[in-house]
Design a binder for this molecule. Structure first.
Ligand code: FAD
Length: 298
């Protein structure tokens, strides 16, 4: 991290809420579920499917984790009531992974059952490397009991090809990402080119084992190679889709959609938007540069 990044990031808590809200506003649907649903409806009218994420992580007591379950069942119900093509996506530490794997499993298990009843999917997200092993174990347990669940894998991590190999046989749904957490060089690729090459290799590996892959990226150079990969293999839209973050590089979504690819937009919401935005920006100052650059540009 550069000295300038450090100075800028140390001032984050001092930024007044209305300004911070403006910085975050483009990327976050709002504080309430109805705001997220309205945003998803707007996106649906433009032909985009959705993912809904309640902001938050690192829950440290069980009652709080169970409250998160309740919020997510309400989000799934609201998606169903609005007849949206969307599903919930949940961070393991938001449902108590730091307290116990059993608690996180239990909450995911209940939520997966609830979503299945609504005909919906459930995505288990991936956080920093300290949680990878436990998240994969919870996911494998979950996968033995539910068919409507998927995981996220990060190309940045050196372990990911081995993890793909180790996942039990059977239907598999993966959101492939570069990885938002800056990880130590002993366990992760750090150069952008290496992270990109690893992304392509992991995606090919996943397709070869029959997985359905959500290509979560805004990197148009890498996306062109991904489209080549999909075309060469003759894969239909039942095997892949693009996933993008709300507010990030919208012209790309249109381009992909007009070319016949499905695009699903990730819509975060919730009262914890400020704490979440600050943590995200601290963990990856590059995000801060994206936000400031994009805010100044538009
Ligand atoms: P980059 O090379 O980082 O970005 C390409 C260009 O896109 C940049 O130059 C910039 O102009 C723009 N851009 C990218 N990100 C942003 C941003 N946030 N704000 C503004 N502009 C931006 N990571 C995880 O570790 N775990 C997860 O569970 C996870 N889920 C994700 C879900 C979705 C739907 C998406 C799209 C990403 C998710 N990520 C997750 C984040 C991911 O790991 C990357 O950090 C992020 O997508 C940026 O990488 P990129 O592939 O877009 O390429």
């Amino acid at each position: 991290m550069s000295a300038l990044d450090q100075i800028v990031l140390s001032t984050l808590p001092l930024i007044p809420t209305p300004i911070m809200r403006r910085l975050a506003g483009r990327y976050i649907a709002g504080e309430r579920l109805d705001e997220a649903i309205a945003r998803l409806q707007g996106l649906a009218s433009e032909g985009h499917a959705g993912v809904i994420d309640l902001l938050g992580e690192d829950v440290r007591d069980e009652a709080q984790a169970r409250k998160v379950l309740h919020s997510y069942t309400a989000a799934a119900d609201a998606v169903h009531a609005a007849r949206l093509d969307a599903y919930v996506s949940v961070k393991p530490t938001h449902v108590g992974l730091e307290l116990s794997e059993d608690l996180a499993f239990d909450i995911y298990h209940q939520l997966a059952g609830h979503c299945a009843g609504l005909g919906q999917f459930l995505r288990v997200e991936m956080e920093d490397h300290a949680t990878t092993e436990r998240t994969l174990r919870v996911f494998e347990r979950l996968r033995r009991e539910h068919h409507n669940v998927g995981i996220v894998l990060q190309s940045r991590l050196l372990r990911t090809p081995v993890d793909i190999e180790a996942l039990a046989p059977g239907p598999l749904d993966v959101r492939m990402v570069k990885g938002i957490y800056l990880e130590p060089a002993e366990i992760a690729h750090t150069a952008p080119g290496a992270i990109r090459d690893a992304y392509l290799a992991c995606t090919a590996q996943l397709f070869d084992r029959g997985a359905t892959v959500s290509l979560a990226t805004h990197d148009e150079v890498m996306a062109a190679d991904l489209i080549k990969l999909v075309t060469e293999r003759g894969l239909g839209t039942d095997r892949y889709e693009f996933q993008v973050l709300l507010g990030v590089r919208e012209p790309l979504w249109k381009l992909w959609k007009d070319d016949g690819h499905r695009v699903r937009v990730y819509v975060p919401y919730g009262p914890e938007w400020r704490a979440y935005s600050q943590r995200r920006l601290r963990k990856n100052p590059q995000l801060f540069r994206h936000v400031v650059r994009d805010t100044l540009r538009f």
